[in-house]
Design a protein around this ligand. Structure first.
Ligand code: CTP
Length: 132
C-alpha cells in the first residue's frame, strides 16, 4: 500500500516527525512517499522562501526512518498527477488541512491526521525574530 503526504517541512520540527510516525502507526507496512514543496512553490503558497533550501530539506526527510521515498512537488496543479504517478492508495495531511483535499477522494482515500499543537515553522521563525 502506498501512502502519500505533502509539505514544505522547513526548519524540521517535531510536528513534522509526528505526522510521519502517525502515518506509519496507522499503516505499518505501507510505503510512505513524501512530496516536498519546491522553494518557489512555498513562496507561492506562503509568501516566503523556505529558510532551508529544497536539497537540504529533501536530504533530512529522506533520512527519517518512517519515510521510504521523497520527490519534489513543484506545482499545486499537479497534485492529482502525483497521486497517479506514485500510485497513492491514501493521501494523508495534518488536520489543519481538513477538507482541502477531499476533491482527490475520487483517486484515493483522503485522510487527515491530528496536527501536533503549538508548533509550526512560522512560529519558530517568529520566535527567532522576536528573541534576536
Ligand atoms: N504538521 C503537523 N503538526 C504541526 C505542523 C505541521 O502535523 N505542528 C503537518 C502538517 O499538517 C502537514 C505537514 O506537517 O501535513 C507539513 O506541514 P508544513 O506546512 O510544512 O509545516 P508547518 O509547521 O505547518 O509550516 P508553516 O508554519 O510554514 O505553515
Amino acid at each position: 500500500m502506498n501512502v502519500i503526504t505533502f509539505g514544505t517541512f522547513d526548519c524540521f520540527h517535531v510536528g513534522h516527525l509526528r505526522i510521519f510516525s502517525r502515518i506509519k502507526t496507522k499503516y505499518p507496512s505501507s510505503t510512505l512517499i513524501v512530496g516536498i514543496s519546491s522553494d518557489k512553490l512555498n513562496f507561492e503558497k506562503k509568501g516566503r522562501y523556505p529558510v532551508i533550501p529544497l536539497e537540504q530539506r529533501m536530504e533530512i526527510i529522506k533520512s527519517i526512518r518512517h519515510v521510504d521515498r521523497v520527490f519534489v512537488e513543484d506545482s499545486l496543479e499537479k497534485k492529482g498527477g502525483y497521486l497517479a504517478k506514485y500510485k497513492a492508495d491514501v493521501l494523508v495531511m495534518g488536520n489543519d488541512h481538513e477538507g482541502r483535499f477531499d476533491t482527490f477522494s475520487e483517486i484515493c482515500t483522503v485522510e487527515y491526521l491530528e496536527r501536533t499543537p503549538q508548533i509550526s515553522t512560522t512560529e519558530i521563525i517568529e520566535k527567532i525574530h522576536t528573541d534576536t
